[in-house]
Design a protein around this ligand. Structure first.
Ligand code: IVH
Length: 684
């Protein structure tokens, strides 16, 4: 039945009214109507939508209840990458940050900073098209996240349609999903009553609730949202500062931190840190520090980014939480690259939001320095997502042989001479802090971890090939290297314990479809020491194809942005091993393929190993263009001048960097001379 005009109008009125009450309740924390009346409006709207399904719109508040479960979260590329922040713990680090900012902007005046709490939840990007919420995704690797739109729709604090006006046709709102402390306590009480598992802390509860394939479960969880920035669409905003931008977001209906403010200079920053630190216990949600951002947006753009973090912002973290507990034993673990790490097994203790039972002792020297022994009472520390560590021992509490002192009950810790996993010799290079098992991929511990890593979601993404299964495959001698995975058959797999015919089929299908991959994932999956996901992607982009990468020497590896001597050496060493080349050949023979691109470096690497600094306005080249040209020629562009700088390229209105160059005797050139360098290279 076609809906009569009155019904159309009434539905639209109800939608607007309900969202207004939602906003008052969930965003402004000032309820504007009694619950019973709200429920009545809600039911009226539901009634109309049931009677005339054509009236149902995606932005209707009735759609916040969750939808049919998904099979998986689809990957979703962000319009603008989601970055991370560099951390500061000590005031000196904040001072250094402020100095870098002023050096970068070439000013000595105090900077205006927008300051706000650092929410301890998970980062989310929300896309609005013509003011309507169309999709939302988790941060993922920063470039691609997981789309969790149906789940995000259930959050009452997220507007389904923007209020007011002035938003660009497409905008990405960035912020944090979290759970309020009181909501967390109530949720855990409910879990306890039902005999369900309780969550360790609000952050885990928020993450677990958002990553539900069934959004009806998310709808039943009390999640909140705070906006703190804009991705795509930021250029089109009528805001000159971060503060103004936050006011726009608040006006469009987003919850923003009440504690946000603009302060001046380092004193302002440190004052804010102390103030929020004092307020922290009374805040309704968990925070793990504060965030400082250069307030002027044009200055943010000018400062730009280093690697994956902005130069214009920093997180000032609160000190990590500490607790006392007892060492029950000291084990060693063998890492993916053979690193032997001593680990203290602890009497369980609640610290930093979780129960800790193990803590890293880092390496042999650290254990000796701290002299940690079995039976010792120790201070353990844990912050955020970091691995818990033993800070120090409480020496008065060391158990002794008798009451009158004398000998300690337990001897000092010694690193085993043989790998506990494979018996190979444990060796430690002269200048190295880390001892390693020399067994390489013959060591089952290393082999297993290399395989887990290869199959991981961010590498080759083989669904269903989890840690346990890899252990089984290696223990049964079915898989030695990643290439062996592609030879597995349904029959072999179905013979394994706890593996049905159906799971075996699914796994073979998942392994098979992982053959179509990208070069970046492939490189990351190889597990080269010091090559993380971002570096792998940079290498893929830079060289275009695997053969060009395999043929690269140390100098050309170092011409990749963010690849320094250490990373370049790791890459060269990895590809230098015949064994690794064999694995790569095996994978190619098994049919693993990726689209090859054009290498980015066409020209000769005339500036390889050279560091340049740009300052002032160049006559024809924009700063980004000059930077790209220098990098394409193998050079690096640094943000500040030091003795290691080879050239300073100065244009109009060059400031403190030029002065520094003159002071240090670094050669100063202009744009024309830069062009000549790019053509001819540096004459030796
Ligand atoms: S701004 C370009 N502001 O911290 C800057 N991040 O380490 C992008 N976070 O993943 C981040 N509160 O989830 C920003 N007020 C705040 C924040 C905040 C929490 C998280 C965010 C991000 C992480 C960065």
């Amino acid at each position: 039945m076609v809906a009569p005009v009155v019904a159309v109008e009434r539905a639209s009125q109800l939608r607007a009214e309900i969202e207004r009450h939602n906003h008052a309740y969930y965003v402004l924390d000032a309820p504007s109507i009694p619950d019973a009346e709200y429920d009545q409006l809600f039911r009226q709207l539901q009634g109309l939508e049931t009677e005339y399904p054509e009236l149902l719109t995606a932005d209707s508040p009735t759609q916040r209840v969750g939808a049919a479960p998904l099979k998986e979260f689809p990957p979703r590329q962000h319009g603008v990458p989601m970055l991370s922040l560099n951390n500061a713990f000590a005031s000196e680090e904040v001072e250094a940050f402020d100095k870098r900012v002023r050096d970068g902007l070439e000013t000595i005046a105090a900077i205006d900073y927008a300051v706000e709490p650092k929410f301890d939840g998970l980062a989310i990007s929300l896309t609005y098209e013509n003011g309507v919420f169309t999709r939302g995704a988790t941060r993922g690797d920063g470039v691609t996240g997981e789309e969790v739109t149906p789940n995000l729709r259930t959050l009452r604090g997220i507007p389904l349609r923007l209020k007011g006006e002035g938003w660009p046709a497409l905008i990405e709102i960035r912020g944090e999903v979290l759970m309020f402390k009181a909501d967390f306590a109530a949720l855990n009480a409910r879990q306890r009553e039902r005999g369900d598992k309780e969550f360790a802390n609000p952050r885990n509860a928020a993450a677990g609730s958002l990553r539900q394939l069934d959004s009806r479960i998310t709808a039943a969880r009390p999640l909140s949202f705070f906006a703190y920035g804009v991705g795509a669409g930021a250029d089109a905003l009528a805001a000159k500062t971060h503060g103004e931008m936050m006011n726009l977001l608040a006006g469009w209906g987003f919850p923003v931190a009440e504690e946000r403010r603009v302060v001046q200079g380092v004193r302002g920053l440190l004052g804010y840190f102390v103030e929020i630190g004092a307020k922290r216990p009374g805040l309704p949600y968990d925070i793990d520090g504060v965030v400082y951002k250069v307030n002027r947006l044009d200055w943010q753009a000018r400062l730009g980014f280093v690697s994956r973090a902005p130069r214009f912002a920093i997180a000032h973290k609160f000190p990590a939480e500490e607790a006392l507990t007892e060492v029950l034993g000291i084990d060693v673990q063998v890492g993916r690259t053979g690193a032997i790490t001593p680990v203290a097994r602890l009497k369980p203790v609640f610290v930093g939001g979780v129960t800790v039972t193990n803590a890293t002792l880092h390496n042999e020297d650290e254990v000796r320095r701290k002299d940690v022994r079995v039976g010792d009472t120790v201070i353990v520390r844990r912050a955020g997502d970091v691995i818990p560590e033993v800070v120090a021992i409480v020496s008065e509490k060391r158990p002794m042989r008798d009451l009158f002192g004398g000998e300690p009950l337990h001897p000092p810790f010694e690193l085993p001479k043989a790998c506990p996993e494979c018996g190979s010799a444990v060796a430690r290079g002269e200048d190295e802090a880390i001892a390693r098992c020399t067994g390489g991929l013959y060591c089952p511990a290393q082999r297993k971890q290399a395989l887990w890593h290869f199959a991981a979601r961010r590498a080759m993404d083989i669904e269903g090939l989890g840690d346990k299964l890899v252990d089984q495959l290696v223990d049964a001698g079915l898989v030695h290297t990643p290439a062996d995975l592609y030879a597995l058959t349904i029959e072999t797999l179905a013979g394994l314990e706890r593996m049905g015919e159906k799971s075996a089929q699914n796994l073979v299908a998942a392994i098979s479809s992982s053959r179509q991959t990208t070069l970046g994932r492939f490189i990351f999956g190889l597990g080269i020491r010091n090559v993380g996901e971002a570096t792998a992607r940079d290498l893929a982009k830079h060289f275009g194809g695997l053969d060009a990468l395999l043929a690269a020497d140390l100098a050309s590896l170092q011409s990749v942005p963010d690849v320094g001597p250490v990373v370049a050496a790791s890459i060269a060493a990895f590809f230098g091993e015949a064994h690794n080349r064999e694995v790569i050949d095996g994978l190619r023979r098994a049919g693993v393929v990726w689209p090859e691109g054009e290498p980015q470096v066409a020209g000769p690497q005339v500036l390889a190993g050279k560091t340049l600094v740009l300052t002032g306005t160049l006559p024809t080249l924009k700063r980004d263009e000059a930077k790209a040209m220098i990098e394409a020629a193998g050079g690096k562009v640094a943000g500040s001048v030091s003795k290691k700088t080879d050239y300073v390229v100065a244009g109009e209105e060059a400031g403190s960097k030029l002065e520094k160059a003159l002071e240090l005797g670094v050669p100063v050139i202009d744009e024309a001379e830069l062009q000549k360098l790019l053509e001819k290279g540096v004459e030796q």
